[in-house]
Design a protein around this ligand. Structure first.
Ligand SMILES: NC(=O)c1ccc[n+]([C@@H]2O[C@H](COP(=O)([O-])OP(=O)(O)OC[C@H]3O[C@@H](n4cnc5c(N)ncnc54)[C@H](O)[C@@H]3O)[C@@H](O)[C@H]2O)c1
Length: 242
């Protein structure tokens, strides 16, 4: 019997890459989708050299035609992980409509487009995991990002209701600070500020997210849908931990 297929977006980056490896080790045939051709090819070759069943497709997820063509050329997906996302910092009074549009294009609309395409052929009992952010609860200096991730949570809940009759479970993960290239794009001062607010005093690892995804797409769950799993070292508890 052929292996079930998983598709992970943003699979060449920090937590996406950890998730690709985790799901391949779990026995999925994994397709990593990313717009960074060099990194996607390099990481795919590295994982294949480890004997893992991983392939990559290079495209920009905001290109609807490319997304539709991709899904047309793949067998039905059993597990979809909408992980790709963009983050940048803007002061509340300086964020522009263009900033909002870009955040929504990648973080929400691309997720919805791909989910719709994948859901058309996904077998009953499939799994979808959307990577939101702990920041959807509220955070300073990136209102466009916060709003786009809150929208991801809303879309997760809507998808869960729509797809439940087919036994397809849809959940979100809300990561806190995770040590990835995205986090390292913060200035050292902002990073130190963020770490100081972290109850555990440190950032999580991409593998922390990968393990949570692995659980949510595994047969260990069959009755969890429309939920947000915080993987954030306690940041969502609200205190500074100090
Ligand atoms: N790192 C954190 O602390 C943190 C915290 C909360 C949530 N998140 C979310 O987790 C997810 C993964 O974050 P990360 O830290 O691993 O980021 P990352 O920047 O390391 O990786 C993101 C990957 O997505 C790809 N990508 C971005 N836009 C794309 C597009 N339009 N088409 C195709 N590929 C695209 C990038 O090329 C990159 O490889 C994102 O949705 C992010 O918002 C991250």
């Amino acid at each position: 019997m052929s292996q079930p297929m998983a598709l992970v977006t943003g699979g060449a980056g920090g937590m996406g890459l950890a998730t690709v490896e985790r799901l391949a080790r779990d026995g999925f045939s994994v397709v990593m989708v990313d717009r960074d051709a060099a990194l996607a090819n390099q990481e795919t070759q590295r994982l294949q050299a480890l004997g893992l069943d991983v392939q990559c497709r290079v495209l920009d997820l905001t290109d609807e035609t490319a997304v539709r063509d991709l899904i047309r050329t793949l067998p039905p997906i059993s597990a979809l992980v909408n992980n790709a996302g963009i983050f940048d910092e803007r002061q509340f009074l300086e964020v522009t409509t263009a900033d909002f549009r870009r955040a929504y294009e990648v973080n929400l609309i691309a997720v919805a487009t791909l989910t719709q395409e994948v859901a058309k052929t996904m077998a009953d009992g499939g799994r979808i995991v959307n990577i939101a952010s702990r920041a959807y609860l509220g955070a300073r200096n990136h209102p466009h990002y916060v709003a786009s991730k809150a929208a991801v949570v809303g879309y997760t809940r809507a998808s869960a209701m729509e797809l439940a009759p087919r036994g397809i479970l849809v959940n979100a993960i809300a990561p806190g600070l995770i040590d990835t290239p995205l986090l390292r794009s913060l200035s050292p001062e902002r990073l130190a500020q963020q770490l100081a607010l972290q109850p555990t005093g440190k950032a999580g690892l991409p593998q922390d997210i990968a393990q949570a995804v692995s659980f949510l797409v595994s047969p260990l769950t069959s009755f969890i849908t429309g939920q947000v799993l915080f993987v954030d070292g306690g940041k969502s508890l609200g205190g500074s931990g100090s």
